[in-house]
Design a protein around this ligand. Structure first.
Ligand code: TA6
Length: 278
């Protein structure tokens, strides 16, 4: 079942339910903010105090960072790009399989985007909601010149407690520590006892998030960089739409094309980044 819903303030989202899972996807940003498999705990974390207002990114779920990851050289432009605060078009859905629902959302250039980023583009998110959450983000360059693209599926995962969380699959990978701007090498699994904000490179294997007796797998394609982030105590206090203890129950594992993993798209070419969470 796929239902188009609207909050009292007019904020629109799509609600999806099938025999395998349920999800909610806002039209602003094609932002998946709820994904839950049947008879299981929520997999995505959503802030209890998230905004659901046009022009403000939802805090949690899977914000789409596009067409730049991080800050733009023009500091007047939004961090992580404009896609997540733009209104996307819900193009179509397919519910032919009772255990799987597929949806397509699209964003194309317009007067607002051209003011921030001068290129013509088409951006599509293909989402499949089943016992897996599959997200494919396809960028097509409709302009007459090449452009540089950095992006991320900035996925917030819910954890029982950050002290129980452990990330496997990044051992020996080089990473840029965004807290020190130093290049480091990961030693062993990632655990959390302080703020962590790292951009891993040369990522090829499946990443596993282990939380008590639960394992979540993330399989990426079209991406060799992964961002791992937990704001810990101090940064959480400075973040918008996060309760002070929010850091205890979330962490981000972001499938990205960031820093050295940036992409250059020639005119009429396309590039797809894909993440499967299961
Ligand atoms: O991906 C990690 C990060 O860049 C953090 O440094 C933090 O800024 C986070 O993204 C959230 O950014 P946002 O713009 O959503 O508040």
């Amino acid at each position: 079942m796929i239902v188009h819903k609207k909050l009292a303030n007019g904020f629109e989202y799509i609600e999806i339910k099938n025999s395998a899972a349920e999800a909610k996807i806002a039209l602003q940003g094609a932002h998946i903010f709820h994904y839950k498999r049947a008879d299981e705990e929520q997999i995505l974390w959503l802030s209890e105090v998230s905004d659901f207002e046009y022009g403000k990114a939802i805090r949690g779920g899977v914000p789409i960072c596009w067409p730049w990851f991080g800050f733009n050289e023009n500091k007047n432009l939004p961090q992580h790009g404009f896609a997540r605060v733009s209104m996307w078009e819900f193009i179509k859905s397919d519910e032919s399989d009772e255990k799987s629902s597929s949806l397509i959302f699209r964003l194309t250039h317009g007067s607002q985007t051209l003011k921030m980023w001068r290129y013509k583009f088409e951006l599509e998110l293909h989402v499949t909601i089943s016992d897996k959450l599959t997200m494919e983000l396809k960028t097509t360059n409709l302009d007459c010149e090449s452009f540089v693209l950095t992006q991320a599926l900035h996925t917030y995962f819910k954890v029982s407690h950050i002290s129980h969380a452990l990330i496997k699959g990044l051992d020996k990978k080089p990473y840029l520590d965004a807290l020190t701007w130093k290049n480091e090498i990961q030693e062993g699994d990632i655990t959390f006892n302080q703020e962590v904000d790292r951009v891993y490179q040369e990522v090829t294997d499946e990443i596993i998030l282990r939380d008590e007796n639960r394992e979540i797998h993330i399989k990426n394609s079209g991406s060799s960089s992964t961002v791992v982030w937990n704001p810990w105590i101090e940064k959480t206090l400075r973040m918008s739409a996060m309760n002070e203890n929010a850091y205890e129950h979330m962490l981000c594992i972001e499938s990205a094309n960031a820093f050295d993993d940036r992409k250059v798209l020639k005119p009429q070419s396309s590039y797809t980044i894909k993440a499967v969470i299961f």
